[in-house]
Design a protein around this ligand. Structure first.
Ligand code: ADP
Length: 462
């Protein structure tokens, strides 16, 4: 007998666009929503989109407020919350938080803390992948302990190499090293960046692939060991190892290659009986070989494109499986892997308050004018995009995600361009012009961008 526990109140331990995205999913399911917000977010739009909102983290830093595990759990308890959705970033990959929820009798909408433990760290997850026969990037599957070891491991691997933080995320704690003389300074700087960003400074080494493609697979599992994949996303268009434009399906995969990558993603997810939404990330080299790089045990920024082409609401599916529904229940509605079909093409552009001409430096200030796009085939997932809103320096610079959908890749591109042209933002610098340059570029039109695309085309920045 499957035990179903319907949620009445869900707290979202996050802010901005993803908090709003989750509130919407809850509201459509008749679940009451609870927001938390920091002092710096007291005028942010997301808190007004929840049924209730509470300030947390008094005396803490703007980011620290959203990391205050005890305070968040106490609040959830006192407000009769039965589940917490962590969104992405902040506590979403924090095993301690997932375990604290479990101890408090609150459902954590995500994988179990044991699953996070085996997959959340880049070194451990590579070991899991290798153990089920999934190719990984050649390297040393062990944290470097001394500078001498760094030199030895790098030599073993062969330059160029990539230094990576085991706990890394958002492209931080990562360094390309092309020759031995640069290794130690880069190692020290990666280590200190990792310590600052993640509190853990384990660094490992792997071979650096020249301009690969980034292909990732969305997976979804329930509490009964059923796991499906929702096909791939092409997230190769990146600046500073961070994604800016994502689309699906990828134009560079044969049907055979797509199946091989998706099957490998399933092997990894199945090996831990993965539950909830997760993403298995791969790099594809120039010869078409794919290598696992990491698994993200959470919802991702770019989940929207998958939703558009599969018709599956991933956030609602996360909530249903956390309530105990199997994937093939009428609520989740995924009878089998065969039931999942991609129709058409979707492209997401991350509109950020950054200045591309100045190294993508974040800009801040008051938005004096905000006119958003709309119309057939456009989906917007926004945080604080409105006239009069203040863009603060405390959080990430994502303003709104503009996702276009059409039957063809060309059609989706045209819609995405049309939406960007309709978007008018004054008062803060944005990357809208840069995104238009990307979408108009022949390499993008051919679906051939790799992770070196932006760097190789500096004219995109003007
Ligand atoms: P994060 O967790 O910080 O996002 P990932 O491991 O997902 O880091 O990698 C982010 C991006 O960095 C990849 O999409 C790719 O562009 C680049 N990258 C990571 N590892 C390698 C590698 N070994 N060789 C070349 N590029 C890499």
């Amino acid at each position: 007998m499957k035990e179903i526990k319907k949620f009445k109140r869900v707290l979202v331990a996050n802010r901005g666009e993803i908090a709003i995205r989750i509130f919407r999913a809850c509201q459509e399911l008749g679940i009451r929503t609870v927001a938390i917000y920091s002092e710096e977010d007291k005028n942010s739009l997301f808190r007004t989109k929840a049924d209730e909102s509470y300030q947390i983290g008094k005396g803490k830093t703007p980011v620290g407020a959203y990391l205050a595990i005890d305070e968040i759990i106490d609040l959830a308890r006192s407000k009769g919350v039965d589940a917490i959705h962590p969104g992405y970033g902040f506590l979403s990959e924090n095993e301690e938080f997932a375990a604290a929820c479990e101890d408090a009798g609150i459902e954590f909408i995500g994988p179990t803390h044991e699953m996070m433990d085996s997959l959340g760290d880049k070194i451990k997850s590579k070991i899991v992948a290798a153990s089920v026969g999934v190719p990984t990037i050649p390297g040393v599957e062990k944290a470097i302990e001394t500078e001498k070891e760094a030199l030895e491991f790098a030599q073993k691997c062969g330059y160029p190499i990539m230094l990576k933080a085991a706990a890394g995320g958002g492209g931080r704690g990562m360094r390309i090293v092309r020759s031995e003389e640069d290794l130690i300074p880069e190692y020290r700087s990666a280590k200190s960046e990792a310590k600052k960003a993640f509190g853990i400074d384990d660094i490992f080494i792997e071979k650096y692939l020249e301009a690969p493609k980034h292909i990732e697979v969305q997976v979804l599992g329930d509490k009964y060991g059923n796991v499906v994949h929702l096909c791939e996303r092409d997230c190769s268009i990146q600046r500073r190892h961070q994604k800016v434009v994502e689309f699906t399906p990828s134009l560079c995969l044969t049907e055979e290659k797509r199946n091989a990558i998706c099957e490998d993603a399933l092997k990894i997810a199945r090996s831990v009986n993965y539950r909830s939404a997760g993403t298995v990330e791969f790099l594809l080299d120039k010869h078409g070989n794919h290598y696992f790089i990491e698994m993200n045990p959470r919802i991702q920024v770019e989940h929207t494109v998958t939703e558009m082409v599969t018709g599956i609401d991933i956030v609602q599916s996360q909530i249903y499986v956390a309530e105990g529904y199997p994937l093939d229940s009428k609520e989740v509605g995924i009878r089998s892997q065969k039931d999942i079909q991609m129709t058409g093409y979707a492209i997401q552009c991350r509109i950020t308050t950054e200045d591309p001409a100045n190294g993508f430096a974040p800009d801040t200030g008051t938005i004096e004018l905000y006119r958003s796009a709309s119309g057939y085939g456009i989906r917007l997932d926004g945080g604080n995009g409105f006239t009069g809103s203040v863009v603060s320096p405390y959080y990430d610079s994502l303003l709104v995600k503009s996702t276009a959908y059409a039957r063809t890749f060309e059609g989706a591109t045209q819609k995405a361009i049309r939406a960007l042209r309709e978007t008018e933002i004054k008062g803060v610098k944005t990357n809208v012009g840069f995104l238009l340059n990307v979408l108009n570029h022949p390499t993008f039109r051919a679906g051939e961008c790799d992770t070196g695309f932006i760097e190789a085309n500096p004219e995109l920045l003007n």
